[in-house]
Design a protein around this ligand. Structure first.
Ligand code: GDP
Length: 376
């Protein structure tokens, strides 16, 4: 009752406690375990405090493609604090008419498959062709590991120095729902800043692939040719999300195995439903190291875009994704509100006990909880 009248519940927990930026100091309520010394100023290595921009300045800066304004706008949108949240939403509202003009590509694969090497190769290739490329990451595990992907500066070193590219690590705080909201909004801000290719990297952890699938147009599964059974370890469900499978490291001695793996995957794909209506998911090979196949996969993505736009499926998917986004936030709000409800809390334990012991059927248990929640 008390806390939430301004802040929607789907704003990740800890709201107000933390201003999330990429590398950061000052973990409040954190776990660095030096309580006695907290007041002995650990010098905060912050850059001189920048003047806070106004909403108009954020908007104008992003639209002008100003990288500083872009970075700050994303930080604003990612922030968990109430004041920043309201301002961030206003900035987004003004940017929305300038969004959408990009191809959003999700990239997944097991650690070591070569995701960052591939993204760098593709990103550089696209920059040379005149594209503006934004690279984002969605890594729910970064909440624990403090940014396992894209956090490492040595990754994508060349691309990160290219002024036509923009690389943003995963938001490193909050629930998967929170990370998802931030990433989706970051995509929009990047589009408003003129980035026409958005690469969203994710790791094969938990729900992250499904999450990224729900925010991109094209989903690419990066593979490596393994010894023995090529399909081992690859969850069929993930293959069903993909618009292309790309066997990376098709170079040197590995080329033959990579081609064999490609053929195996193509056979397997034959039996799977395609991820996108009207598009046939196929397997390809590439070497992110020597660049072979990079242009070809871009051609596949471009063909996809053209074909799917012409059929109307592209726009339909984006509309559905936007609505799914809205309702996933509504669901998250309702779930939080239900589980935080004092009345529900007061009867939950008894009802759970009754239902697991077979005294009441599950449907009745659900009804009783819902009635309590709805105040009957
Ligand atoms: P990630 O964990 O999926 O991001 O994988 P990385 O991009 O960090 O690559 C893992 C390792 O594979 C690194 O040592 C890369 O140099 C290597 N690698 C990536 N792509 C290729 C490739 O196309 N060919 C070869 N031979 N090695 C590659």
């Amino acid at each position: 009752m008390t806390k939430k009248h301004h802040k929607p519940d789907w704003v990740p927990e800890n709201a107000g406690k933390e201003f999330t930026t990429s590398v950061m100091s000052g973990v409040e309520g954190g776990h660095d375990g030096i309580p006695g010394q907290a007041s002995v100023a650990v010098p905060r290595k912050h850059t001189p405090r920048r003047r806070r921009l106004t909403v108009d300045e954020y908007v104008a800066g992003v639209l002008a493609g100003d990288r500083n304004a872009l970075g700050q706008a994303i930080t604003l949108v990612e922030s968990n604090s109430q004041a920043h949240f309201d301002m961030g939403q206003e900035v987004l509202r003004q940017l929305i008419p300038h969004t959408g003009n990009s191809i959003r590509i999700g990239i997944t694969g097991v650690p070591g498959a070569g995701k960052s090497t591939f993204i760098e190769a593709l990103g550089l290739h696209l920059c040379e062709q005149g594209h503006k490329v934004a690279v984002l990451a969605v890594d729910p595990s970064s909440t624990v590991t403090r940014g396992s992907i894209l956090g490492d500066k040595t990754r994508m070193e060349l691309l990160s120095r290219d002024l036509r590219a923009f690389i943003r690590p995963s938001p490193s705080s909050g629930t998967l729902g929170g990370v998802t909201r931030k990433s989706r909004e970051t995509i929009l801000v990047c589009e408003a800043a003129g980035f026409d290719v958005i690469l969203v990297e994710t790791v094969g952890v938990g729900q992250s692939e499904t999450t990224v699938r729900s925010m991109v147009d094209f989903f690419l599964l990066l593979m490596i040719a393994g010894a023995g059974d090529e399909l081992q370890g690859i969850k069929k469900g993930i293959m069903e999300l993909a618009d292309a499978l790309l066997v990376n490291k098709a170079d040197g001695d590995n080329k033959i195995r990579a081609n064999a793996a490609k053929a195996d995957y193509n056979r397997a794909l034959h039996y799977l439903a395609p991820a996108t209506e009207g598009w046939r998911t196929k397997a390809y090979t590439c070497s992110s190291l020597n660049g072979e196949g990079i242009d070809a996969i871009w051609k596949v993505i471009s063909d996809f875009r053209q074909q799917i736009t012409a059929s109307g499926a592209f726009e339909k998917r984006r509309q559905r994704q936007t609505l799914d986004w809205v309702y996933s936030m509504v669901e998250e709000h309702l779930r939080t509100s239900f589980f935080n409800h004092a009345g529900v809390g007061s009867i939950r334990a008894d009802i759970e006990e009754a239902v697991v012991n077979g005294h009441i059927p599950p449907t009745v248990a659900a009804q009783q909880l819902i009635h309590k929640y709805e105040g009957h």
